[in-house]
Design a protein around this ligand. Structure first.
Ligand SMILES: C[S@@+](CC[C@H](N)C(=O)[O-])C[C@H]1O[C@@H](n2cnc3c(N)ncnc32)[C@H](O)[C@@H]1O
Length: 413
């Protein structure tokens, strides 16, 4: 889906992907989200051969990192990081110059994901790490010989640090803080503290103060319960989705980092929390989820929580990019001439030499998988290799041709 989105087209990305938790999740029968499920257990069979190739060719540093992860943490973590890496590369492309990405993760894979973000977004574009302290260490959470886990992590990276949008946020002062600092009361009963500004003592009134500047530890947003209605204060927004995040959490991210009317993308939107939060805050939104059931909670929540009778379009086809300028017909004579020269007359499949008339123009990433007609996505294949490829990706074709023994000459060697 993201391959069909224009470059630099979204202002904020919030993603809450599977965490590599080694669990599988399903929404309870009877809930709004019933039928939605996803697995969060990983093996190398879960990632496509082509993803290895794409990362290896275009981000060799990232690939080295993935290979090292396999040494340290085994196949499962490497598979998970390939799956995340290939998507983060696309997120980097679709994020606008002033944009920020917030990756929601936890201690299972957070440290590896930070390295992945360093590799894809650039370590200089690291903005901050937020600790979301979502609950209290009640006895029920205790497991193992370690302190009780009560936090997730949000890693924030800018498309370009310094150019990114940040609107300062504030939280209410605690009673303890106002008691300690706003100690004085004037003749009208207004509380204030005194501050020294340019050598003068001035009053800062409590009722004129914006609150505490937002810190990197967020303890004022409680997690939701997967048992619907368990917490009365959040009952209205709970739809029974097992990994549903609170609206207040995502609203804060949006308030801080998305411009008014800007576009928020959540590429793992689950039961649509980011879509609802964006709608509430007057931003446009795009939500993507692999589960066909994900569209139902969007509809239900838009109606129940916002009184809107479906404020979006649900599509399952891959969108077509419109930002590549006027692209000529992919098999035009000009493209053929150019590609023949580039490839030196060799087929990009079997690597045999042919005259121009024996070649067909092929989409490296097939159109059916979001590939474009742009010259950067085209190559020449001989007739036999083109039929063998069909809608396969290039790496899948190469595996097939190697298995069949059709690749005789290694051009790269
Ligand atoms: C942790 S949940 C997101 C929960 C969401 N933040 C919410 O509040 O409802 C992760 C979601 O990622 C989806 N998912 C898993 N693999 C995916 C993929 N390859 N592409 C898109 N979505 C995927 C799952 O279906 C699941 O809904």
């Amino acid at each position: 889906m993201m391959r069909g989105m224009n470059s630099a087209s979204v202002d904020l990305i919030y993603l809450d992907p599977p965490f590599n938790s080694n669990h599988d999740y399903a929404a309870p029968i009877g809930s709004v989200a019933a039928g939605a499920e996803f697995k969060d257990t990983w093996g190398l069979d879960d990632v496509k051969v082509v993803w290895h190739g794409e990362i290896k060719h275009e981000y060799p540093g990232l690939y080295a990192l993935l290979t090292a992860t396999r040494e340290i943490h085994g196949d499962s973590m490497m598979a998970y990081l390939i799956y995340m890496g290939i998507r983060l590369i696309e997120m980097r492309r679709v994020l606008a110059a002033e944009g920020t990405i917030y990756l929601h993760c936890n201690q299972y894979a957070g440290h590896y994901l930070k390295l992945l973000l360093d590799a894809v977004f650039g370590r200089r574009n690291f903005v901050t790490e937020i600790i979301w302290n979502y609950g209290t260490p009640s006895g029920g959470r205790t497991s193992g010989k370690k302190p009780v886990k009560t936090h997730d992590v949000l890693l924030a990276y800018a498309a370009g640090y310094g150019d990114h949008l940040y609107t300062p946020q504030f939280t209410p002062y605690s009673e303890n803080y106002t008691f300690r600092w706003f100690r004085h009361t004037d003749e009208d009963g207004r509380r204030y503290q005194t501050r020294s500004r340019k050598g003068r003592i001035v009053r800062q009134y409590l009722d004129e103060s914006p609150g505490m500047p937002l810190s990197t530890v967020w303890s004022d947003v409680m997690q939701l319960s997967s048992r619907r209605g368990w917490f009365p204060s959040t009952r209205k927004e709970e739809v029974g989705y097992p990994t549903q995040k609170p609206l207040a959490l995502v609203r804060r991210v949006i308030d801080a980092s998305a411009p008014e009317g800007g576009i928020v993308l959540d590429p793992f939107c689950g039961c649509a929390t980011a879509c609802i939060a964006a709608e509430q805050r007057g931003r446009r939104w795009v939500g993507i989820d692999i589960s066909p059931k994900a569209a139902d909670p969007v509809r239900v929540r838009m109606r129940n929580e916002l009184g809107l009778f479906y404020a979006g379009a649900h599509r399952t086809d891959i969108p077509a990019r419109t930002d590549l300028g006027k692209v000529p017909a992919y098999n035009c004579a000009e493209n053929r001439r150019y590609l023949y020269g580039e490839q030196g007359g060799y087929c990009n499949g079997c690597e045999e030499h042919f005259p121009p008339r024996n070649f067909t123009v092929d989409h490296i990433v097939p159109r059916a998988k979001g590939g474009t007609d742009h010259i950067s996505n085209l190559q020449l294949l001989c007739g036999a290799c083109n039929s063998a490829k069909g809608t396969k990706t290039q790496e899948e074709l190469l595996v097939l041709l190697t298995d069949k023994g059709w690749i005789k000459r290694k051009k790269a060697a």
